[in-house]
Design a protein around this ligand. Structure first.
Ligand SMILES: NC(=O)C1=CN([C@@H]2O[C@H](COP(=O)(O)OP(=O)(O)OC[C@H]3O[C@@H](n4cnc5c(N)ncnc54)[C@H](O)[C@@H]3O)[C@@H](O)[C@H]2O)C=CC1
Ligand SMILES: N[C@@H](CC=O)C(=O)O
Length: 352
């Protein structure tokens, strides 16, 4: 049985949910998964930091109130965030990076990932910024340092989509995809269909833990743009960046637009898509589209996401599941850790 020492970088909704899962399920994982997780460090800009090389009590961590300097309440805790010390020196084998997604330059999360990888630590992250904006460099760094770098939760939260497509559609060529890739905007559109105003619906998405720190990223399509870049580069080998993706959000849609669509048996959806063209280039976009009610993506409601892959051998394959949520996204971190563990125990030469 392997024990992994884990540091949590960012202690918001997702990493708190991971601490809660560890508190509840670690014993079970020993027999079911062949490993256990010991949290040895936590750091957060707002809540401070704590290091304990023997292991912190995951239940006590998860139960801390979400207040400024909360981690100082623990023995050895401090009200300031010691990011560098926790990432480099707390004795962790891996870090779970879940600070805020910066859609402009991916920082400071990209530096956090880099510090960990350079210091021989595996990284699991749900943060879209480092992957969409610096994915190739970080993957190369991980390879050079012979550590894992996994980011399943960066697209569609806990719904397995990157690994599923990469591994289970291998042998077939994916020529494109279209999907609902943002839980918040889909939730907002669904609530507006019941007559709720845009701002009120955004507030509800924030309360439920779906929205980004700045929900503009959700409703203006910037979050989907990052996810389109990630999927296109992972699955179509597109080598595109955010400037290659035409991007429009849902903030201009009114209750009147939604009602008019309903009367025409249609629904507005924010669609992220990419397609390989005949000349080998890849076109990508994010835009609200009016889908007729019989379109496979039209019935996807609330924070649920779905993506349809176009493949050469088996036609269209659609994957649907949670697109946001604290526990759902923490599950993605767990699935990344499982993947790292399988890779380590099976001694695969090149692990996905
Ligand atoms: N909540 C969700 O449904 C999903 C979230 N994600 C991504 O996962 C990440 C975490 O999401 P949440 O936990 O929901 O966000 P959150 O806003 O609840 O937590 C982020 C935490 O990071 C901390 N933080 C910000 N800047 C920091 C810095 N420089 N150093 C240390 N800590 C810092 C904040 O104080 C906050 O506690 C984000 O990048 C988000 O885009 C991805 C998929 C779904
Ligand atoms: N804010 C995002 C969270 C997941 O990436 C969303 O709503 O989809």
């Amino acid at each position: 049985m392997t024990e992994y020492k884990l540091a949590l970088v960012g202690f918001g909704g997702v990493n708190r949910a991971l601490a809660q899962l560890i508190a509840e399920r670690n014993e079970r994982w020993k027999t079911e998964l062949g490993f256990s997780l010991t949290i040895v460090g936590v750091t957060d800009l707002f809540q401070g930091s704590v290091i304990n090389r023997q292991g912190l009590d995951a239940a006590a961590l998860a139960a801390l109130p979400v207040v400024e300097g909360a981690l100082a309440q623990l023995p050895g805790g401090d009200a300031t965030a010691s990011n560098e010390a926790v990432i480099k020196d707390c004795g962790a084998d891996m870090i779970a990076e879940a600070t805020f997604t910066n859609p402009v330059d991916g920082e400071p999360a990209t530096s956090f990932c880099r510090w960990a990888l350079e210091n021989g630590k595996h990284v699991v992250t749900t943060n879209k910024g480092p992957i969409a904006l610096h994915g190739a460099a970080l993957k190369a760094l991980a390879q050079r340092n012979q550590v894992g770098f996994e980011y399943e939760g960066s697209v569609m939260s806990g719904t397995p989509v990157i690994r599923l497509a990469r591994q289970l559609l291998a042998g077939s060529t994916i020529s494109g995809f279209e999907g609902i890739l943002n839980g918040t905007s889909n939730f907002v559109l669904t609530r507006m269909e019941s007559g709720l105003g845009f701002s009120e619906a955004v507030k509800q998405a924030q309360t439920l833990g779906y929205a980004e720190a700045d929900p503009t990223a959700d409703v203006e399509g910037h979050d989907v743009r990052l996810k389109v870049v990630i999927l296109a580069n992972e699955l179509l080998d597109a080598k595109i960046n955010v400037n290659d993706v035409r991007c429009n959000g849902i903030s201009a849609l009114t209750l009147g637009d939604i009602e008019q669509a309903r009367q025409n048996n249609a629904r507005w959806k924010l669609i992220g898509a990419a397609t390989r063209n005949a000349d080998g280039s890849v076109s990508a976009s994010v835009e609200p589209r009016l889908l007729s009610n019989d379109h496979p993506l039209a019935s996807i409601g609330g924070a649920t996401n779905a993506v349809s892959f176009t493949t050469d051998l088996i036609g269209t394959v659609t994957v649907s599941g949670p697109g946001a949520g604290r526990t759902e996204t923490a599950f993605a971190l767990l699935s990344d850790i499982i993947s790292l563990h399988q890779c380590a125990t099976q001694h695969r030469k090149t692990c996905p």
